[in-house]
Design a protein around this ligand. Structure first.
Ligand code: MG
Ligand code: MG
Length: 257
C-alpha cells in the first residue's frame, strides 16, 4: 500500500481536520471543573454530527465513546463516563473525525484551573515537542528525525516518553503505516515524501516510561500513578514543508500539485 495521498485525498482529510478543529475549539470554550467526561463526549459527538461527519473512535475495535478522555495519570484511551473533572487536574481530549471516508486525529491536554507547577511544565513540554516533531516532517528526512527531536525534548526537560503507543499514518483508516514513534527506534523508518499524511502524537510521563492497561481493556495509565500529557495533530508533508490539517489554518490548494 502506498504511503502517499493524492491531492483529493488530502483535501478530504483536511475537511475532516477542519471539523475536528472546530470540535476542539468547542471543548476549549466549555471544559471546566464540575463537568463529567461524558458531557464532553456528547458535546463533541453533537458537533461532529452537525457537520455531517462521524466520530472516528465510536465503535473502533469496540471503543464505546465518541472521544477519548484521559484524566491525570490516564495516558490515552480513557472512556468517557460519569467521572467529574476537578480543579487542579489535567485531562487529555483525543478526537477523531471521519468525513467522507477519510479520518483526521488530534489531541490536546487541558488544565483545569491552577495546576501543580511541574505538571504545567509537563503539559507545556509535550506541546512544544509536538511542534518540534512537526517541524522535522519534511521531504528527505526520515520518520526517525521526528522521533529524535520529540524524545530529546522530553528527556532534556526530565520527562519520560511512553514507548507502548506511537503516532501513525492516517487516511481511509484511522491507523495506517508508517508508525511514528516518539523515541528513537533501531529502524529509522521510511524517508518522508510529499503527500504523506501523519498523526504525530507525543505522550510524555512525569518520570517513568511504564504504562498499564486498566480493567476496562482500554484505558492506558502510568504505572507510577503520576500524570501524563498528550498532544497530537494530523499533518501533510508538502514540498514547502509540513502543513497542519487539524489547526484551522488555511491551505493554498492551487499551489499543491
Ligand atoms: Mg488521537
Ligand atoms: Mg492518533
Amino acid at each position: 500500500m502506498t504511503l502517499l495521498k493524492t491531492k483529493e485525498e488530502i483535501m478530504t482529510i483536511r475537511e475532516a481536520g477542519k471539523i475536528l478543529y472546530g470540535a476542539m475549539q468547542a471543548v476549549e470554550e466549555k471544559i471546566q471543573a464540575g463537568m463529567t467526561t461524558e458531557e464532553i463526549d456528547l458535546l463533541v459527538e453533537n458537533y461532529i454530527k452537525e457537520h455531517d461527519a462521524i466520530p472516528s473512535f465510536k465503535g473502533f475495535q469496540g471503543f464505546p465513546g465518541s472521544i477519548c478522555t484521559s484524566v491525570g495519570s490516564q495516558v490515552v484511551h480513557g472512556i468517557p463516563g460519569d467521572r467529574v473533572l476537578k480543579t487542579g487536574e489535567i485531562v487529555s481530549i483525543d478526537i477523531g473525525v471521519n468525513k467522507n471516508g477519510y479520518h483526521s486525529d488530534s489531541a490536546k491536554t487541558f488544565a483545569l484551573g491552577d495546576i501543580d507547577e511541574k505538571v504545567r511544565c509537563l503539559v507545556e513540554v509535550t506541546e512544544e515537542a509536538l511542534y518540534l516533531g512537526i517541524a522535522e516532517a519534511k521531504v528527505g528526512n526520515n520518520i526517525g528525525d521526528i522521533s529524535r527531536v520529540i524524545q530529546e525534548h522530553a528527556e532534556s526537560n526530565g520527562f519520560a516518553v511512553v514507548r507502548q503507543l506511537v503516532g501513525h499514518g492516517i487516511g481511509r483508516s484511522l491507523h495506517e503505516d508508517p508508525k511514528v514513534p516518539n523515541f528513537v527506534d533501531r529502524n529509522p523508518g521510511p524517508v518522508l515524501e510529499k503527500g504523506m499524511v501523519l498523526a504525530i502524537e507525543p505522550m510524555f510521563n512525569m518520570e517513568e516510561i511504564d504504562v498499564l492497561t486498566e480493567q476496562d481493556g482500554w484505558t492506558i495509565v502510568t504505572k507510577d500513578g503520576k500524570p501524563s500529557a498528550h498532544f497530537e495533530h494530523t499533518i501533510v508533508i508538502l514540498d514547502e514543508g509540513p502543513k497542519i490539517l487539524t489547526n484551522g489554518t488555511s491551505i493554498d490548494w492551487e499551489n499543491i500539485n
